[in-house]
Design a protein around this ligand. Structure first.
Ligand SMILES: [Zn+2]
Ligand SMILES: [Zn+2]
Length: 155
């Protein structure tokens, strides 16, 4: 049993919950994907290993993993993405292709959190989202008119 699975088992047992092969497999699949994924993409990635799994089960397991602090929910216009990376980081979201990238940046969020507290809001985490154009979309826009093939790596 690898350490990632160990962490999950420990967290589940601490709450008196069962360590099922399905939970273990979904958690591992998420870690293997190692990027921001939608519930559908996670379903797709395990469909060969768990042919009978349905989307509601995926959502229920993601809810559980979120409760255990093993995944984070991040919003992108219209979709919820699930992020296996739970340590503090921020996001760059391309408004053209919808790609989302991590960005590590030391942001002093204390003032924002104090302002939130003044409104009686209890913050849990604060993260920044920078909206704009990713490098490949920027290049594509720059080359608009020129017919050069694009090897955009959408993440
Ligand atoms: Zn883009
Ligand atoms: Zn992220």
């Amino acid at each position: 049993m690898d350490s990632v699975t160990d962490d999950l088992s420990t967290a589940l047992r601490a709450r008196g919950m069962r360590v099922t092969p399905q939970r273990v497999l979904l958690h591992r699949a998420l870690r293997e994907l190692d990027r921001h994924v939608t519930a559908d993409e996670l379903l797709e990635s395990v469909s060969d290993r768990l042919p009978n799994i349905a989307l509601p089960t995926i959502y229920a397991t993601l809810d559980l993993l979120e409760e255990l602090g093993m995944v984070r929910r991040v919003q992108r216009a219209g979709t919820t993405l699930f992020d296996p990376r739970v340590e503090p980081h921020h996001h760059l979201v391309c408004t053209r292709c919808g790609s989302m990238q991590d960005i590590d940046f030391e942001l002093d969020t204390a003032r924002l959190e104090r302002a939130a507290a003044k409104r009686g809001f209890v913050h849990e985490r604060t993260e920044a989202v920078v909206h704009g154009r990713c490098a490949s979309c920027r290049d594509a826009a720059a080359q608009a008119g020129a017919s050069s093939p694009r090897n955009a790596a959408a993440t």
